[in-house]
Design a protein around this ligand. Sequence first.
Ligand code: ATP
Length: 305
Amino acid sequence: MEYAITTDNLSKNYGTFQALKGIDLRIPKGSFYGLLGPNGAGKTTTIGILTGLVNITSGSASILGYDVVKQYKKSRSLVGVSPQELNFDPFFPLDELLMLQAGYYGIKRKDARDRAMELLKQFGLESKINVKMRQLSGGMKRRVQIAKALVHDPPIIILDEPTAGVDIELRHMMWDYLTKINKEGKTILLTTHYIEEAEKLCDTVAIIDQGEIVIEGNPPDLIRKMGKNMICVRVNEWDTKKTLDNWDYTVVNNQLHIQTKTPDMDMPVLLNQLSKLQVQVLEVVVKKSSLEEVFIKLTGKSINV
Ligand code: ATP
C-alpha cells in the first residue's frame, strides 16, 4: 500500500508538557482521513509537524515517502494546507492573494491566474475577485483560505477545521467539493469538531485524545464495534409472561427497547418473532448510535468541550 502520510512514534513536547505521545499514522493515498479530538488533543500540533511549522521532539513523519524534516522542501510542495486561524493580508485582493500563493510554488503567473479564477468560480467568489480580504464575510474568508491550499494543485490537502464558523449551506457546498476532489484522487486529511462532518466525509477516522490515538477505523465499523443500536417497538399490549428469546431487551410502558449491533438485519427476524407471539406492533423506530457516542465512550468527554 502506498501512503500519503506516515508518522512513526511521533512525539512533541512543549517544555515539559507532552502534546504528542508517540503517534503512528498510516494514511493511504487517496484516503479521506479525519482526525477527531477535543480541544488540546494534539491535532494542530500534528498538522504543524507535517507542514514544517512545529519541530519534532522524537520520531518521524513523511509525506509520500519524503521526510518532513530532512526533505522539507519536497514534502512541503506536495501539501496544501488550510490552517485553523485565518491568516491573510487584509488589504490584498482575492485574485492577487491566490496568485501570490501559487507563485511560492513556482507556478507561472498566467497559469496561476487561470487556476485562481477556476477556484474562485468553484467557491462562488467570482463576483469578489477584486475585493480585498478585509471586505469579505467570515465564511467567504474561509473559502479563500481553502482555495489558497488548493492553488498549486497538490496531491495532499490538509484542512484544520475547514468548516469552523461556516453556515450550513456553505458547509454542504464545501463537503460536495471536497468529496469531488477526493474522488478525483486527492488525499485529504481533515481535523474537525463536527462529528457529522467526519461521519459523512471520511473513509477513516482516528480519534485522538491527550496526544494519543485512541482508536482508528472507518466510521460505520467503529459505530458497529463500539456503539449501541436499538430497535424500539411500540406494541398494543405487552403481556409480561411473554418472552423474546435471544434478544437483549427491556420493556417500558408497552415499548420494547431491543439492543442490537445490526438493527437493519435483525428487524425482520424480530418482527417475525413478535408476530408469532401474536403481539400487535404499532410503531417501529431504529435508533442508531453515532460516532459521537463512540467518541464519548472512548474519551469520556464530548468533542465540543
Ligand atoms: P483544538 O481543537 O483546540 O485546536 P488541538 O487538538 O489542535 O486543539 P493542539 O493545538 O495541537 O491541540 O495542542 C495540543 C496541546 O499542546 C494543548 O494542550 C496546547 O495547549 C499545547 N500547545 C500547543 N502549542 C503550544 C505551544 N506553542 N507552547 C506550549 N504548549 C502548546
